[in-house]
Ligand binder design. Structure first.
Ligand code: FAD
Length: 377
């Protein structure tokens, strides 16, 4: 039986272990954090259809139903030009008339992934303090140990990092003025601002702005923070109460190259990191997992040698990653300003999006299925 070791049991590593086990590999999943710490991040992810497909294939989608907050509409608003473009499920085409995406909180996701990994007969979970010393030889080593990845460093793989001046601040709130199944991407001159439904009147806010300003906001007391938040949101969205503590993070554009060395492959934030605009990050990580699973299944069937898996993985993943990194970066540069040179371009782009359904379909499908699937029927 083929064997793999997965370094990192975050959302990418835990799902990669399940995907490899599903393909018939024996897997060791390692992380220095215990299960409780792995589950305790206060964050919500916007899942797209590419993530749904992988979770369905691995038999995990049904178990997540109670934790998913679906949304049927995504409103894109440019606050500098006052334009607004609604995206609906019907804009996705391919008969998908219902939902644009789902919001999922980190805790229920990680609980499910770790429980499934623990129950799987082919997965050995090694969480908490990890034993040092010589490690058993395996057919494949998966680096999913986050953007600082010690595994990537040990392999000597090159890694580029371009920090944004913008950071992002996340906070959960109760909000009036939005439907419970509506998400918003507000383009403000200081940075994009996402409003993501969590069910009922609870919403996760992802507020991008210069990092120094977010650090100041983080220090404000509750009332002063609510005032600042109300000033940042359009009038129709009114914040009632904070549900958790605001937290600011630096944001960077990062990519490693190549995506493998020998029998080690890089997955998730080890390989790439992008601005949170458009909620692309985790979906891109999970498309790495989907590709790995297909190649691993070919190895199990004897149609691919594990020694060639890494090379093929790099060849098949780089374009999707590069396009998503480029597109998120372009969105941030185009919309985070009031430049009189760019405003006319933004007006034309948003009016065309509002006017032509094929253009909305193209952009929503690129976001939801990944840009490389645009060429597929
Ligand atoms: C504020 C914010 C908002 C975001 N919003 C969204 C969103 O709406 N939608 C979306 O799709 N994405 C979003 N993202 C991105 C998303 O959080 C990441 O894409 C995701 O966490 C990446 O998962 P990962 O498993 O690759 O890395 P991580 O979650 O960083 O996991 C890495 C794991 O490796 C472990 N590790 C570290 N060192 C070692 C070692 N030596 N050996 C073994 N394991 C090790 C760590 O303990 C950790 O558990 C957001 C990110 C931020 C910062």
């Amino acid at each position: 039986m083929l064997t793999a070791r997965v370094h990192g049991a975050g959302p990418t590593g835990a799902l990669a272990a399940l995907a490899l086990a599903d393909a018939g590999w024996r897997v060791q999943l390692r992380d220095p954090l215990p299960a409780h710490d792995l589950c305790s991040r206060s964050r919500a992810y916007a899942l797209t259809h590419s993530s749904r497909e992988l979770l369905e294939q691995l038999g995990l989608w049904q178990s997540l139903q109670a934790a998913l907050a679906p949304f049927r509409r995504l409103d894109l608003c440019d606050r500098a030009t006052g334009q607004r473009v609604p995206f609906l499920g019907a804009d996705l085409g391919n008969g998908r008339t219902e939902l644009v995406g789902w919001i999922l909180e980190h805790a229920p996701l990680m609980q499910l992934l770790l429980q499934a990994a623990e129950a799987h007969p082919l997965i050995q979970l090694d969480l908490g303090a990890m034993a040092d010393g010589a490690q058993e030889a395996v057919d494949l080593c998966v680096a999913a140990d986050g953007h600082h990845s010690p595994t990537r460093q040990a392999c000597g793989i090159a890694h580029w990092r371009f920090p944004y001046r913008q950071g992002c601040l996340t906070v959960q709130v109760r909000l009036r003025g939005s439907d419970p199944d509506q998400a918003w991407e507000l383009f403000r001159p200081e940075g994009p601002f996402a409003v993501l439904p969590l069910g009922g009147d609870a919403f996760q806010l992802v507020w991008s702005a210069p990092l120094w300003r977010l650090r100041e906001l983080e220090q404000l007391d509750g009332v002063a923070f609510l005032d600042a938040l109300s000033a940042a949101l359009p009038e129709e969205l009114q914040v009632e109460v904070l549900l958790d503590q605001p937290r600011a993070f630096p944001v960077a554009l990062e990519m490693a190259w190549p995506l493998h060395r020998g029998r080690t492959v890089l997955l998730g934030e080890v390989a790439h990191r992008c601005h949170p605009v458009g909620g692309q990050g985790l979906n891109l990580c999970w498309r790495d997992v989907a590709e790995l699973q297909q190649l691993a299944a070919r190895c199990t069937g004897g149609r691919l040698s594990p020694s060639r898996l890494g090379r093929l993985y790099t060849r098949r993943r780089w374009l999707d990653i590069a396009l998503v990194l480029w597109a998120t970066d372009a969105l941030v540069r185009l919309f985070s300003n009031r430049s009189p040179l760019l405003l006319p371009l933004r007006r034309v782009a948003l009016s065309s999006l509002g006017r032509f359904q094929w253009l909305r379909q193209l952009s929503l499908r690129a976001m939801s299925d990944g840009p490389c699937r645009l060429w597929m029927p």
